[in-house]
Design a protein around this ligand. Structure first.
Ligand code: GLC
Length: 506
């Protein structure tokens, strides 16, 4: 890890100093694979605990039970003494029910449910989201003494759970059960902060505490729930070392750079891994043909299959560019829109999958109509087809304006599709520019966020693609790299120890 701060390096003495009993970690989040998924956060929350468990930790997870999670299908067991737990909310109490399920074979997951707030199909996007997640988080803390399980540390993800570190320092600070619980708050994307009116503080029972931030004027009196986590957690982390540095600057700090700079000695960047059992070209059941780095010839069948499914001419030689992304400016679609016409004049094929901004839906619909032999767009998210794109494309685009970590580039590399990325956040940490003269690098990168450098990176990739031996070496190198959670889990464990030390400081 090339970090701003490196927890693994700075706590190296602790590596020899094993604790007597395993660390007890509770991971709290709004989404987790395989139960509820909106984006990549769910992949992270679903696979980090498996790696921590493998490392010997006592790790458990808590998430809301949304209407879409069927207790029977998901094999959830109601916890007998947690079927009507009264949770303080504003001036009243809301009853919640808690059941238990599993991730993998042995990671317990606590599902928090309340009919009024969680019997809905969707996960986010309701006008009362603040109340919903405040209730969820409070229930998580309230259930612990009844479970009789006292974690050493609570690891919170995203704004939905950011209030927990704050409560541990405010309303729960003096209660013996909670006093020794340290906290880590992980930012997956600073652009989504959970900004609500000041009233949320009353609902959360912390109305009497004054939270004033240099970034907020008194007149608009808004609260960013994320800022409560950043302000109160013993340690703050984000999902790549480069993003950890970028969010300290006004250009990517989303008005939080002042607060983040004031706590920068507690801010760390740890790259996500990917679940290499799920994302495995040797076993992926959605692929037409399974393959590995030493059976690359079989990959050709996937390309032909992808071309067939995407209604493009079946030609194993034409370079095929894939892209799977939310259709939003953050992901670089404003750049792509500027170069899509000139791209369509080149000898290539392009398959895009994703949903988002209606403006881009319309743009790509028109492009597909005008260039039916070159472009194919799936304006929806479809898992089997996504895997076919990873396994059948030659190149994979991620020209993001910013990218906290990005998992797509790692999945693409594992499947032998070479990424073309902008040098930002986790993309900069995982993709290094190819230098064909020295046979080094694993993808094609550009720095300045503008259309010309992006276009130039694509041209460099297409030129390199003309040399089959160089290209095969590149594919092999990318497929054989380690994207597993192993290294990241080791860094998280060091981070947890660090947080415990910070917790002891006044
Ligand atoms: C967010 C970020 C993305 C990251 C993911 C998982 O979706 O935008 O870059 O990979 O979280 O941490």
């Amino acid at each position: 890890m090339q970090a701003t701060n490196n927890p693994a390096a700075s706590s190296s003495t602790e590596a020899v100093n094993f604790p007597i009993r395993p660390l007890k970690i509770l991971i709290v989040a709004a989404e987790v694979v395989p139960f509820a998924r909106v984006g990549h956060v769910a992949e992270v929350v679903g696979s980090l605990p498996l790696a921590l468990k493998e490392a010997g930790l006592d790790v458990r997870v808590a998430v809301p039970r949304y209407g879409q999670i069927d207790p029977l299908k998901s094999d959830l067991k109601p916890l007998a003494n947690l079927q009507a737990l009264p949770i303080p909310m504003d001036t009243q109490r809301e009853k919640v029910q808690i059941s238990e399920g599993l991730i993998g074979n042995d990671v317990p997951v606590y599902f928090i449910h309340n009919d009024k707030y969680f019997s809905r199909e969707g996960i986010y996007g309701y006008p009362d989201d603040a109340e919903r997640f405040i209730l969820f988080c409070r229930a998580v803390l309230e259930m612990l003494p009844i479970l009789g399980w006292q974690p050493d540390l609570i690891h919170c993800h995203e704004w939905h759970t950011a209030i927990i570190p704050n409560w541990l320092k405010t309303i729960y600070a003096e209660q013996p059960f909670y006093r020794n619980i340290a906290s880590v708050y992980t930012i997956h994307n600073l652009a989504y902060q959970g900004i609500f009116g000041y009233r949320v503080l009353e609902i959360a029972g912390i109305g009497e505490y004054e939270f004033s931030y240099p970034e907020q004027s008194d007149s608009n009196r808004m609260v960013s729930l994320m800022s409560l986590g950043i302000r109160s957690a013993d340690v703050i982390s984000t999902v790549s070392p480069t993003y950890a540095r970028e969010i300290l600057t006004p250009s990517l700090g989303e008005h939080m750079e002042g607060l983040l700079n004031s706590r920068s000695e507690r801010l760390f960047g740890i790259l996500n891994g990917i679940n290499t059992n799920i994302f495995n070209p040797a076993t992926d059941r959605y692929l037409a043909a399974n393959f590995e780095a030493d059976t690359l010839d079989k990959r050709r069948e996937n390309k032909l299959n992808l071309q067939h499914e995407a209604h493009l001419p079946q030609n194993p030689d034409v370079p095929l560019i894939g892209m799977i992304s939310r259709l939003a400016n953050q992901k670089g679609f404003d750049l792509l829109a500027q170069i899509i016409e000139p791209l369509m004049q080149l000898e290539l094929q392009f398959v895009l999958m994703g949903t988002g901004d209606p403006f881009y839906h319309e743009l790509f619909r028109q492009i597909a109509q005008r260039y039916p032999h070159k472009a194919s767009f799936y304006l929806t998210f479809n898992n089997p087809m996504a895997q076919k794109i990873y396994g059948g494309s030659d190149l994979f685009l991620m020209p993001s304006r910013f990218e906290p970590c990005g998992l797509g580039q790692m999945i693409a590399m594992r499947y032998g599709s070479i990424p073309i990325v902008r040098e930002t956040g986790g993309l900069a940490d995982t993709v290094k520019n190819v230098d064909p003269r020295h046979d080094v690098g694993n993808g094609f990168t550009f720095d300045e966020y503008s259309a010309m450098p992006f276009y130039a990176a694509i041209i460099r990739a297409l030129e390199t693609y003309k040399y089959p031996q160089i290209w095969r070496n590149l594919m092999r190198r990318d497929m054989q790299a380690d994207y597993s959670w192993h290294a990241s889990a080791t860094q998280y464990i060091a981070l947890y120890r660090h947080a415990q030390q910070f917790h002891l400081q006044p």
